[in-house]
Design a protein around this ligand. Structure first.
Ligand SMILES: NC(=O)c1ccc[n+]([C@@H]2O[C@H](COP(=O)([O-])OP(=O)(O)OC[C@H]3O[C@@H](n4cnc5c(N)ncnc54)[C@H](OP(=O)(O)O)[C@@H]3O)[C@@H](O)[C@H]2O)c1
Length: 277
């Protein structure tokens, strides 16, 4: 299949999600987020990933409005933060997010973290919000296989997506969760696909990048694409946004995919969901 920036995957509820998007974690609310989202949309990105805890939903909504692009051509994800978990709290939280985004629905609403003791009732709230059309799809984030097994036993609406930290530097340590998602038709979104920049100078990665005349970031994103994940790199600068969009005109050989997948270091750049019972 020849992918482009406008290609998408079909989710288990028949909705479609772009193959590559942009994340806006730690981009400050205000002109920085507005400019970055506008740049991303102008370059052709159509998936914008935010979260209530990022504090920039208002600017994401403002940029989308200013872009002049039809709302239904842009895939917007936001997330339920941990302190808002619980049945009533979750309902109020999405209402708050929609207000800030100035939207009547989001394309994807994610449970940000599998909070023990709260995640089940939060999921019930999200299912009800989905029924009422406030989110076209619902999913989870940072769920490992045991969290997913529990959810699939109790859910009425199946999650369409699991958004997880994935790069070659932690692929093998996430493999049982990845395989479980594939088996159960839960699409994987790879967050921190560029390792937050920490591994872009790894000599093994540089060697592969040189071979393809590409940057290390482009190799990591191409690896994600060839694994069938939707990658959501963060970039607040136009140059990186452009560079990260140019990953559709080359492909990594099977042996280089294998070399990359073997670079596992159990890397976790933020939270480690293994710590969450
Ligand atoms: N669900 C969750 O729990 C969760 C957790 C973390 C992240 N996320 C989502 O995933 C998104 C991406 O993850 P992330 O922000 O943690 O890290 P990331 O995308 O792996 O890395 C972002 C870093 O890489 C730099 N960068 C971007 N493109 C580059 C390029 N071509 N060459 C060199 N450096 C480049 C960025 O700098 P510049 O900004 O200067 O370009 C930034 O410092 C987030 O924004 C968020 O939407 C979700």
């Amino acid at each position: 299949m020849d992918l482009t920036l406008h290609s998408d995957y079909t989710l288990n509820n028949q909705e479609r999600i772009p193959v590559l998007g942009c994340g806006f974690f730690k981009v400050p609310d205000g002109h920085q987020t507005i400019d970055a989202v506008l740049d991303a949309l102008a370059l052709g990105y159509r998936l914008i990933d935010t979260a209530s805890v990022y504090g920039n939903e208002r600017s994401v909504g403002e940029a989308i409005k200013r872009s002049g692009i039809n709302r239904d051509e842009i895939y917007v994800t936001t997330k339920l933060w941990n302190e808002d978990q619980g049945y009533e709290q979750a309902k109020r939280a999405l209402e708050g997010s929609l207000k800030k985004l100035s939207m009547t629905y989001v394309d994807l609403y994610l449970l940000h973290w599998p909070v023990a003791g709260k995640r089940q009732e939060s999921w019930r709230a999200i299912e009800d919000l989905h029924d009422r059309g406030f989110c076209k799809s619902i999913g989870v984030s940072n769920y490992l296989k045991p969290h997913l097994v529990e959810l699939l036993m109790h859910c009425r609406v199946k999650p369409v997506v699991n958004q997880l930290e994935i790069s070659p530097f932690n692929y093998l340590s996430r493999l049982d969760t990845i395989q479980f998602c594939r088996k159960n038709d839960i699409h994987i979104e790879a967050y921190s696909p560029l390792t937050k920049g920490l591994k872009l100078s790894d000599p093994r990665l540089l060697k592969i990048a040189r071979k393809y005349y590409r940057s290390p970031a482009q190799v990591l994103l191409r690896w994600s694409l060839q694994e069938g994940f939707t990658a959501i790199p963060k970039s607040s600068g136009k140059e990186h946004l452009l560079e990260n969009s140019k990953v559709f005109d080359f492909s990594l050989s099977i042996s280089d995919m294998d070399l990359l997948s073997a670079m596992n270091e159990n890397l976790t750049t933020g939270w480690n969901p293994e710590d969450q019972a």
